[in-house]
Design a protein around this ligand. Sequence first.
Ligand code: PMP
Length: 436
Amino acid sequence: MTTNAESFARAQQSIPGGVNSPVRAFGSVGGTPRSFVSAKGAYITDVEGRDYVDLVNSWGPAVLGHAHPEVLAAVHAAVDRGLGFGATTPGESELAEIIRGRVVNGDSSPVEKVRLVSTGTEATMTAIRLARGATGRDLLVKFAGNYHGHSDGLLAESGSGVATLALPGSAGVPAPIAAQTLVIPYNDVAAVEAVFAERGDQIAAIIVEAAPANMGVVPPAPGFNAALRRITTAHGALLIMDEVLTGFRVSSAGWWGLDGSDYAPDLFTFGKVVGGGLPLAALGGTASLMDQLAPSGPVYQAGTLSGNPVAVAAGIATLTAADETVYARLDLVADLLATETSSALAAEGVEHSVQRAGNLFSFAFRSVAPTNYVEVKDQEGFRYRDFFHAMLDAGVSLPPSVFEAWFVSAAHDDSAVARIIDALPAAAKAAASARP
Ligand code: PMP
C-alpha cells in the first residue's frame, strides 16, 4: 500500500511543492497532505484507504456531494458522444439558458448572454477586459482579501492561497500592471467613495466577491453591494460581481438571489458549481455588454476547451438536480455545523467568532467577527492548525487554511454530520491548548 507520505514525496519530485494549487500543500497547517483516490457522496478516500467526511467538496463544486449518480450518468453519456469538438453544441446553449433562468429578479434577468470559459480565473479576467473595452478606461478597483483567481492584475492583497501564504501579492507581476488595480478595504463605503472622488473618470470597474469567502467568510454589510452599484453608476463605471464561489451554492440564484432585490451588477462571473466538478466557468451580463465580446464585438476572448461538452453535461446535470430541497439541506447542515462547532469551541473557552454568508461559513479565532482583511489577519490563526489536525485524525477533512470557507453538500446526511459533531470536542480541546 502507498502511504500519503510516500505519495506526497513522489509528487514533490516532479511537481513544484508537490501540488498543482498552493493551498493543497498544507503549508499553514503543517503535516502531510492527504493524497485522495476517490470520493462518493459526503466521503473522500485517501491512498491508505481511509475515508473522511469531506468539507472541502472540491472547493465548492460538489454541491450535491461527490459522484452524484445523475451527474455521472450525464457525464458518461457525454463521454460516449466524444470528448470535445471545438465547435458549437446544443448543450452549451442549454447551460446558458439555465444560468439565465436562475439569475432572475421578477421577470427580468441581468444575465441576458453568457460566455462559457474553463476556469474562474478566465471568467474574471475576461469580465475585466470587457469592462475596460466597454468603458475605454484602464483602472480596476478590488478589495483587500477578495480573491478573483490568479491573473496578473488581481493578486494584490488577495485572499485564498495568497492569504494563506501571507504574501502581499505575487512575484512576476509587472509594476505597471499592478498599478492598474486600486486595492481598498472591504466593507468600507467611504473608501470606495474616496477612490472614485479621486480617479472616478479613469475607473473601468469594481470587481467584488458577491459575499467574500476567500479570507474566511466575511459577508457584505447590509447595503454594501447596493452602494457599490450606486457609486459605479454615478461615475460611469461597471460593477462586476464575482459569484464563482457563491453562485448556485448559497441559493439557486447565488448570493445575488439572496441579497440583490434592489441592485444588479453589470457582469457576473460564475465557476465551481456551474461546472459540476469539471473545468467550466462563465461570465454573463446584459446583451449590449456581452455582445462586445468577439466575434460580435471588439473585445477578444477565446478558448480551445471553452464549452467542452463533457463539462457542459456535468454543469447541466448539477444545476438540474440542485433544486430547493438541495438548498434547504445545505442551509440546514450549515446551520447545524456552525452552531455545534461554535458550542464546542466555547465549551473549551476558545475565543472565536462564526463567519457566515448563507450556507457558507468559517470560524475566526477572535471574539468579534471580522469585517475586512485587516481584522481577518488579527486573529489567533495558529489555533486552526491543531483544530484541523484533530478533525482530520477523526476522519473529517476540513479546508487546510483558516482563510477558507467550509463547504457542505446535500450528501451530508445525518451520519456524516454525526461524525463531524462527534469529532468537535477533541478538536476544540486541541485548539484551546494550541501554541503559536
Ligand atoms: N473568484 C472566486 C470568488 C473564487 O473563489 C475563485 C477560486 N477559488 C476564483 C475566482 C478563481 O477560480 P479558478 O480557481 O477556477 O480559477
